[in-house]
Ligand binder design. Sequence first.
Ligand SMILES: [Cu+2]
Length: 74
Amino acid sequence: MAARTRVKVGQPVTLVVTRKVERTCATEIVLKDYGINKPLPLDQPVAITFTPRQPGRIRYACAMDMLAGELVAE
Ligand SMILES: [Cu+2]
């Protein structure tokens, strides 16, 4: 999860995240703006689907808001 990804407003997006590290704070992924908060079990791909509602940045982060990334909706 690093580069900025572009997505389209009104089109469902699925992020697939796999946690590869055992000792990390990123044991869940949070998309605050969309009320999403999903646990990330070790080595298991987790799919998060949501539909961007408006253009702009969509931030995702670990539960403590430290490890983060951004999508750009347009
Ligand atoms: Cu954290």
